[in-house]
Design a protein around this ligand. Structure first.
Ligand code: HEC
Length: 205
């Protein structure tokens, strides 16, 4: 056989085999969802309901985080509209309490008492202070956040809103939506805003 014929034959085989085993995207998605569902069991407050993606998460998964601009603008607008600011109007709480919340990685696991307040585990993704030796780098460093940006009302509202619902500012953010998903209370978020903006906080030293 001439080399060209062999090549053509080989391509045919690959092509046919490919056609015969090809599953549609939706079938593959269903199979993956089933596999994930079969791997988890509800234990206490850690329920398998958490596997259900809301509309925004489903869209972001579908586009692997690369949404068309008009879709991401629409998500950010809708997610910003969910942000609830404290009725007192006071967005800056106590940075000392904020530091404890930022450093605490407890809450929402089946081993945690659901009656106790959850932590924010901010250090898992962000550098917060100079003293901190171990921190995650999924998110940008927040060291000197207030020193660099000031503490104007706009900055306060942005910091509060970002922690409440990160997807209001970045449609497919990997940061948990702490207020929106009921992980942290409004008051806890004001303590974190203080941690980021108060000049006395270790973040701004
Ligand atoms: C799972 C990782 C993760 C955790 C946990 C996390 N963040 Fe983030 N955060 C990110 C990522 C990623 C970004 C940057 C992308 C974006 O804008 O969403 C970010 C961005 C931010 C920003 C905006 C920074 C800027 O330059 O404008 C602030 C403020 C922030 N995070 C605060 C917090 C606080 C406070 C906590 C704890 C309550 C926290 N984050 C927990 C991942 C995380």
């Amino acid at each position: 056989m001439k080399p060209k014929t062999i090549l053509t034959l080989a391509l045919c085989v690959i092509g046919v085999a490919g056609c015969a085993t090809r599953t549609s995207d939706s079938e593959a998605e269903r199979a993956v969802a089933e596999m994930i569902k079969a791997s988890f069991k509800t234990r206490g407050q850690a329920s398998v309901d958490r596997l259900k993606q809301d509309e925004v998460q489903a869209l972001c998964s579908k586009h692997a985080g690369e949404l068309p601009k008009d879709a991401s603008d629409a998500i950010e607008k809708a997610q910003q509209a969910t942000i609830r600011y404290p009725s007192s109007g006071k967005l800056i709480g106590d940075w000392r309490q904020g530091e404890r919340i930022a450093q605490s990685g407890t809450g929402k696991q089946f081993t945690d008492d659901p009656a106790r307040p959850a932590g924010g585990s901010c250090y898992n993704c962000h550098q917060l202070s100079k003293q901190e030796l171990s921190f995650g780098t999924i998110g940008p460093s927040l060291y000197q956040f207030g020193k660099l940006r000031g503490a104007s009302e706009t900055v306060q509202r942005y910091a509060y809103g970002k922690i409440y619902n990160a997807q209001g500012y970045s449609a497919c953010s990997n940061m948990p939506r702490f207020g929106h998903n009921g992980i942290l209370t409004e008051e806890q978020i004001t303590h974190l805003v203080a941690l980021l903006l108060d000049p006395d906080s270790p973040v701004n030293k």
